[in-house]
Design a protein. Sequence first.
Length: 130
Amino acid sequence: MAYSNKIIIVEDSKTIVKQIKLMLTHVNATVLNVGGGFGLHKEIDSYGHTADLILLDVNLKHESGLDILKELREAEPYKNIPVIIITESRLKDNVIQAKKYKANSYLTKPFTKQMLLDKIASCTGLDIHE
């Protein structure tokens, strides 16, 4: 079944991706993992439209999620996509940078299913009810 809503996960931990996908199994959306920034742009562009939400990790192996967020906010096709930062980092500097680059929300790991769903609902208006 194809859904019109698309949630993209930018996370290089397969375990975290699996957990997030399990938390979102009932959500009326296609949930895709792209790993990093290059995959993100390629995935968005291949669909011919923007994503409805991006879940973006700060600490990726080959790049900074905050740098990706900055690029998204500077690029016309992507600048209005809601972005929820997900990270283990509780560093004040990361929170400040995320706000500076206009992240819609910030969620620290570990988080519960309800915490994730609440953040998604507040940022997107997607139908996420079970």
